[in-house]
Design a protein around this ligand. Structure first.
Ligand SMILES: Cc1ncc(COP(=O)(O)O)c(C=O)c1O
Length: 470
């Protein structure tokens, strides 16, 4: 019979493999594990030592035991130009539309759009909450929920946001139809046709398309793969161009996945304040950090600065709810009006259902589970890419979210690759979609929020084969 400590070690190892404890996460203290399992402290210490010997965890002096980061793979190295390319109008929407349409086709292996498989979403809890509010608040549910949106939802959002600092109140929040509408309203509040907007490079393509639709010019500022927007490049850009707004995704950016350190966030806020430029912060992945720590928001770090904070529940609860928000700072009245002009109101039932999920604590419980699952899914996809793709391939090292940014070796044209992959029933997001000037020709973005199965692995092998022959 196996000794008891080995049983405990095996169970914990399994939880690490399943991502319940993500790379970098601190394991619970030995006393609390001992209490929980009804075993002695010595048994847990022996189990932890075993896990340490097996390379699953590491002890840190006076701090406890942590899940080991997975083995180093060829990470995308910092490579930042100081010069930003001149501002330009965004083009190339056709490929993005093909990608977006492919996202609805169940016959296609979806590695393109950053939309989680339903298996990662709390679909049952969402369905129950929707049914409950539709039944219990029938007449209210049938009416418009005029801007700024359902008070109970705004209260819950303000409560959660205040936990990252800043003392946000429900009156600061305007409910929107997803983060995309939030970004659009924020940009409309602070810019006019033809204005220049500084964006990260690479940038989330939805943002580039919002800029295009508003007749704004994108000024691409290189993004450092660990820290985010290069501030020397931004300072240089301010000297040359009349920048009217700056948009960043500081927490688990799309596509690079870094979390901007607080010092960098503060320096960015300071630089923008110096030039009187508003910051639009997109925090849509902020709740999905692999180490279970909720990173600070720019708005939380500098509540008095000119910051508009945009987010949604699309990456966590369900994209189909279409519930997002803007914490609009000094632009609240204008944004409230623009929201009304844009779509009168966001749907009522999803607003009430999300409020209920937040209030009951179900949202937090779900987040605790899913963060580890995403950490594992990203690690697994990264390892598979390094296994199957040709020598010289490099991948990002995300700290949260669920996308991987992959640099392919040689002169591969990722647009061509995406077209061929689609013919084989696989969708990927080619790199140039993430740039207003067609950069990142040899990059692709892969969405890892997929259930790992044979079909997915085969798709990666097919993709690797296509990269090989190009
Ligand atoms: C960084 C970022 N912002 C905004 C959005 C759009 O979010 P929503 O579906 O809530 O409109 C996405 C979706 O992919 C995203 O990745």
């Amino acid at each position: 019979m196996r000794p008891l400590y080995q049983h405990v070690a095996a169970e914990l190892a399994q939880r690490i493999t399943e991502g319940v404890y993500a790379p970098g996460a601190r394991l619970p203290g030995v006393r609390s594990v001992a209490r929980q399992r009804g075993v002695s402290v010595a048994t847990v210490v022996a189990a932890y030592r075993r896990l340490e010997d097996d390379g699953h965890i590491e002890a840190r002096a006076r701090s406890g035991f942590y899940v080991r980061a997975r083995r180093a793979i060829h990470a995308i190295e910092p490579e930042c130009e100081v010069a930003a390319s001149p501002p330009r109008l965004v083009t190339g929407q056709e490929m993005a539309m093909a990608l977006i349409k492919a996202a609805n086709d169940p016959g296609i292996v979806q590695l393109g759009a950053a939309v989680p498989d339903p298996d990662y979403l709390p679909t049952l809890a969402v369905a129950r909450a929707m049914a409950r509010v539709a039944r219990l608040q029938r007449t209210r549910a049938a009416g418009y929920m005029m801007p700024p949106g359902a008070p109970e939802l705004r209260r819950q959002i303000a409560r959660r946001m205040s936990e990252s600092g800043g003392g946000i109140s429900a009156d600061d929040i305007v409910i929107t139809t997803g983060c995309q509408e939030a970004l659009s309203l924020a940009l409309r509040a602070v810019t006019q046709l033809g204005d220049v907007v500084a964006v990260e490079s690479p940038a989330f393509y939805g943002l580039l398309h919002v800029l295009e639709s508003l007749g704004l010019e994108a000024l691409e500022i290189p993004s450092h793969p660990h820290e985010g927007m290069a501030l020397d490049a931004l300072a240089f850009a301010f000297e040359r161009w009349p920048v009217k707004a700056c948009v960043v995704v500081p927490n688990f950016s799309n596509p690079l996945g870094f979390c901007m350190p607080d010092t960098h966030k503060r320096a960015l806020i300071g630089l923008l304040a110096k030039h009187g430029v508003p910051l639009i912060e997109d925090d849509v992945y902020g709740d999905l950090g692999f180490d279970h720590r909720r990173p600070s928001t720019c708005m939380g770090l500098a509540p008095d600065a000119d910051i508009i904070h945009c987010s949604s529940f699309s990456k966590t609860l369900a994209p189909g709810l279409r519930i997002g928000w803007v914490a609009a700072g000094r632009h609240r009245e204008r944004i409230e009006y623009l929201k009304y002009v844009s779509s009168i109101a966001s749907p009522t039932v999803p607003q009430l259902a999300v409020a209920e999920l937040l209030e009951s604590g179900r949202y937090e419980r779900y987040l605790r589970e899913v963060r580890g699952k995403y950490a594992s899914a990203v690690a697994r996809m990264g390892d598979a890419v390094m296994k199957y793709f040709p020598e010289g391939t490099r991948v990002s090292q995300p700290q949260g979210g669920f996308v991987l940014w992959v640099e392919l070796p040689g002169k591969i044209d990722s647009f061509e690759l995406a077209r061929h992959a689609l013919k084989q029933g696989i969708s990927i997001a080619p790199g140039p979609l993430f740039s207003a000037s067609g950069k990142f020709r040899n990059f692709i973005r892969l969405s890892c929020a997929r259930v790992w199965d044979e079909r997915l692995e085969r798709a990666l092998i097919t993709l690797a084969g296509l990269v090989q022959v190009r």
